[in-house]
Design a protein around this ligand. Structure first.
Ligand code: SPV
Ligand code: MG
Length: 313
């Protein structure tokens, strides 16, 4: 990484902040992919595998903390985790799942400001009421009044420091079984309030609702989706619908969940680790990803170099 990339990663320096990078992806041609992550390691793995942007998933961060995705983790805890991502994967645009904004316009804008300060590229708020419940659990998800949620979005847009910091509005109208017209009305109100992009969420097993929404959307803002339940279409299928960004929201965490469970089961059953060695990542691979080698070089440079020029001043 060069110095420009390094300084741009905190979202405050130009020529290109992480906010700008995310905006370019959302407003550019095609459909970008945001990989769901939950900590520094998952962020680093996603970037190493070529993902251009990251989704700091509320579900996954909560799960990694061992708590439920119902605002049980505090927002400062979650933003500390986001800081581990921006530090581990500098320069990668991170869109932070800010749930409902943890209260009113004021807590939402405080959340957004802190997210920007820890190096995020943007935040996404959803129009449910606090405390929210994960969209795939239970029924009766209650929505905030349109005007109240639009005010949250506006407050965040008027607080951001980097003009390219991205504020995404997410409507849960379809999750709440409200008609398509309600989803469209809300989407328009949020874009009017300044949202840079709109996240339309559906929990159907097919992309039918999303296709219907896109058929009526006027294109006034780019559209993001998280096709967790309608998981059969490819990125190209979503591109054909005009989707700007696909969030693969929780697959890294779910893969880790199964792998951790399976290895625990096997070691317990075998009363030894002989059966799992082939299935776990070699330490060498972990050392490689986290660049232990450069630390070794620095060790030599800083501890065994008596000829280093004295520091001035
Ligand atoms: C998350 O990843 O926390 C989301 C997306 O909000 S979902 O869980 O699919 O609702
Ligand atoms: Mg969430």
């Amino acid at each position: 990484m060069n110095a420009t990339e390094q300084s741009a990663s905190d979202g405050t320096d130009f020529p290109e902040s992480v906010g700008r990078r995310l905006k370019n992806l959302l407003y550019g041609p095609g459909t970008c992919q945001l990989m769901g992550v939950h900590d520094g390691l998952s962020a680093r793995i996603a970037v190493a595998e070529g993902f251009e942007a990251l989704w700091a998933s509320g579900l996954c961060m909560s799960t990694a903390r061992g708590v439920r995705d119902s605002d049980e983790a505090s927002w400062t805890e979650l933003l500390t985790l986001v800081g581990t991502m921006t530090e581990a994967a500098p320069g990668a645009p991170v869109l932070v799942d800010g749930d409902t904004g943890y209260g009113n316009f004021n807590t939402a804008r405080r959340f957004a400001a802190r997210a920007e300060r820890v190096g995020a590229a943007g935040v996404c708020f959803e129009d449910k009421v606090f405390p929210k419940m994960n969209s795939f659990f239970g029924d009766g998800h209650q929505l905030a009044p349109v005007g109240e949620f639009a005010g949250k979005i506006r407050a965040c847009k008027e607080t951001q420091r980097d003009p390219d910091f991205v504020v995404v509005a997410r409507t849960e109208a379809l999750i709440s079984n409200l008609p398509m017209e309600e989803a469209l009305t809300r989407a328009h109100a949020y874009v009017e309030a300044g949202a840079d992009a709109l996240f339309i969420h559906s929990r159907m097993s097919t992309p039918q609702q999303i296709a219907e929404f896109m058929g009526q959307w006027d294109g006034s803002a780019p559209i993001l989706i998280a096709p967790t339940t309608y998981h059969t279409p490819s990125l190209d299928d979503f591109a054909a619908l005009g989707i700007a960004g696909c969030i693969w929201a929780n697959h890294s965490m779910r893969a880790a969940f199964s792998a951790m469970r399976d290895v625990c089961q096997q070691i317990k059953a075998d009363r030894g680790i002989f059966g799992v060695e082939e299935r776990v990542a070699p330490l060498k691979e972990i050392f490689g990803l986290l660049d232990y080698e450069s630390l070794e070089k620095d060790e030599t440079r800083y501890t065994q170099a008596p000829d280093l020029a004295p520091v001035q001043g």
